[in-house]
Design a protein around this ligand. Structure first.
Ligand SMILES: C[S@@+](CC[C@H](N)C(=O)[O-])C[C@H]1O[C@@H](n2cnc3c(N)ncnc32)[C@H](O)[C@@H]1O
Length: 493
């Protein structure tokens, strides 16, 4: 960290502009629990009974849906933007959430009073002045419980380097009348550069893809990311050093699938595997080879309790949610997987605890079931299959409910978001943007209008909308809920 921001352009930015309302899937504590558990952390508090703290929570779109999903847990969001905190409090009150509070506070001076099981610092570290970076890391070591988990996001080097180098040039082009034909705004200039880059060389292709991505982020996001007053990517090694200096241990990435970033050639594995003895060096190599630009890293206390990796621990539930036909076939699968696969196919997308699945497999095999060997083989297979994406591992079962044919209802929180022109969030903590007019339809889904009435309204106002198809889509994503609002949410078993 270098010294020096005298005044505070970051605070100025957030007092002038509101960060977009977004729920980031990586901040879903269910996913954090799974990733931390897979990394071997023991004694983890379950999302259904825990304390969660978010630094820089903005208007609360990460925490609010979690508070609605886990009424038995306590959530606290901090931000120095009083307008953002006001919006967050309004949403909590509209949704009747009593397990969440929002505080106007400057992280640099805030003093923690209670420990937390999950700490979220998303969109902070790379984008705040150095003293606040240091403070975020210090606080992390102060507030985490013995088995607590912190999720900290930041942009990474060397992947981010060309973007960093492009920013001053794009700024200059956007502000220079000589270059007015390029569009005048950073997003327009980036789009123009993408057009000019062509595809003749590896460099031009790379430049084109980065410029297209910058253009795609557009004016809603760029002022808070590439063009933020502070936008400092980090080498993973620096992050890991800051963590180690505070007796914090790197667990892995918030989404465990990101532990192995895309784009690594399988032929590189034999050499990379040798680096596994020095996990931090391995991570640095992976960043270099993949060119990844962003991390959501998990930290815990150095003295936190650990055990060997396992995928059969009680916290894990399993859902062949995206269609059992998509279950991956792995090279060299152990024979027991054949039987296990049949068990999975019978789930038809249901979410079932992993130990139950093992029991069902054991029942099928009868005397042929060898508990230690088969459980270990299946654990390895589940882990690899989940990494490849054919199935999901969750800390609790996910039950998608809601009746698209009756009187469609979305949660009070999502109705509040929709009524205020903000995106809604689905049962997997994914932000869903719909056209502004469609949000009005969503806001009307309070269970008092039949699907037929809503369809008539949709046909009049939005003749282009396939309303029945849209309702099915909403149901499939767990946005529709039942009368008691429980379905579409996670039920703790
Ligand atoms: C990029 S936004 C991220 C919002 C949210 N965490 C997310 O991931 O969507 C950063 C937020 O941190 C807040 N923030 C920045 N520096 C802060 C500080 N020193 N103290 C408190 N909040 C701060 C800003 O007001 C802003 O709402």
């Amino acid at each position: 960290m270098h010294n020096g921001v005298v005044n505070d352009p970051v605070r100025q930015l957030y007092s002038e502009r509101r960060y977009p309302a977004l729920s980031h899937p990586v901040t879903d504590i269910s996913g954090l629990a799974v990733s931390a558990r897979l990394a071997g952390l023991q004694g983890l508090a379950m999302p259904s009974a825990c304390r969660v703290l978010e630094f820089g929570c903005a208007s609360g779109h990460n925490l609010l849906p979690l508070a609605a999903r886990y009424p038995g847990s306590e959530f606290t969001g901090l931000d120095y933007s009083d307008t953002a905190i006001h919006a967050a409090r309004q949403a909590a009150s509209a949704a009747g959430l009593e397990n969440i509070r929002f505080e106007v506070a400057d992280l640099e001076h805030w003093r923690p009073s209670d420990p937390c099981d999950y700490l979220i610092a998303h969109g902070i570290l790379s984008w705040v002045p150095d003293p606040v970076k240091a403070r975020v890391m210090d606080l992390c070591s102060q507030v985490l419980t013995d088995s607590g988990v912190a999720c900290i996001s930041y942009n990474t080097l060397p992947g981010w380097s060309l973007r960093r180098d492009l920013v001053p040039l794009i700024r200059a082009l956007a502000g220079n009348p000589v270059a007015a034909a390029l569009g005048g705004s950073p997003a327009a200039v980036a789009a123009a550069l993408a057009g000019m880059a062509g595809a003749a060389t590896p460099h031009s292709q790379y430049l084109k893809s980065i410029c297209n991505d910058i253009a795609r982020k557009g004016p809603a996001v760029l002022p808070f990311d590439e063009f933020a007053p502070v936008s400092e990517p980090l080498y993973f090694a620096h992050f890991a050093t800051w963590a180690a200096d505070r007796a914090l241990h790197y667990l892995g990435e918030a989404c465990f699938r990101d532990d192995l970033p895309e784009g690594i050639d399988v032929d590189a594995w034999p050499q990379l595997t040798k680096l596994a003895e020095d996990p931090l060096l391995l991570q640095q190599m992976l960043d270099l080879l993949s060119g990844r630009t962003h991390r959501n890293s998990l930290l815990c206390r150095e003295e936190a309790p650990f055990e060997e990796r396992t995928t059969t621990g009680v916290v894990l539930h399993f859902a062949a949610g995206r269609g059992a036909g998509e279950l991956p076939v792995l090279a060299g699968e152990p024979a027991v997987v054949k039987v296990f696969r049949k068990v999975l196919l019978e789930l038809e997308g249901d979410c079932v605890p992993v130990p139950d699945l093992l029991e069902r497999t054991a029942d099928r095999l009868g005397g042929g079931w060898e508990p230690t060997r088969h459980a270990r083989e299946l654990a390895g297979w589940i882990f690899q299959a989940a990494r490849l994406g054919g199935l999901e591992l969750r800390s609790e079962a996910l039950h998608i409910g809601g009746d698209p044919d009756g009187k469609p209802r979305i949660s009070a929180l999502n109705r509040h978001f929709a009524a205020n022109g903000q995106p809604v969030v689905d049962a997997r903590h994914v932000t869903c943007h719909f056209p502004a007019g469609h949000s009005r339809l969503l806001a009307a889904m309070d269970g008092s209008h039949s699907a037929r009435e809503l369809a008539a309204r949709a046909a009049k106002e939005f003749p282009e909308l396939d309303f029945a198809g849209w309702l099915q889509h909403l149901a499939g994503r767990g946005i529709l809920v039942n009368e008691d609002e429980s379905a579409g949410l996670f039920i703790s078993d």
